[in-house]
Design a protein around this ligand. Sequence first.
Ligand code: GRF
Length: 201
Amino acid sequence: NRVVVLLSGSGTTLQAILDQQNQYSYQVVGVLSNRPEAYGLERALHAGVDTQCLDHKLYSSREQFDLELMEHIDRYNPDLIVLAGYMRILSSAFVEHYQGKLINIHPSLLPKHKGLNTYQSALDAGDKEHGTSVHFVTEELDSGSVVMQAALEITPSDTAKTLEQRVKVMEHHLYPKAIDWIVSGRIDIKDDVISLDNKPL
Ligand code: GRF
């Protein structure tokens, strides 16, 4: 099962996905970045995975950039496209093209705390728990159907930094598992309804 990963930054999530591919039924066949300096590209190279970088600043519009990105992705003939710290809003053409084959991990217990700075938002809201969600991507930011979540209890000594560190550890286990369950058909989505082993959730 062929997986393409999109990222913009350090790529610790990619690293976890790469490190666990032996024990799961997916293979990362390509890594694409919109930022040339993304350290995630080095991680991919180090693992012997093909990489492409498309600098979004060189394109006149989001639509133009996404069209080019789609062409590159489609050359890998992927079963699943995985966003791993990809920090760009996607055009509707892109989202439509990969409907049901495009997932993201967002560091909150969705539908809570969409967007950026989720750790501080959770602390400011006085939440008792925080966590992370794997979801299918739709046009609206952080709003597609949720596939899997992991949660932890917020302690009085937590700061945005400690929360981030703790949530990332969970993400690095959750995301590879979610990818495996999707590519192996255990989890499926049809008309926005998620099913597990062919039973609607
Ligand atoms: C992850 O925490 C993920 O939840 C969010 O972006 C972060 C990416 O981190 N979507 P990294 O670049 O993989 O280290």
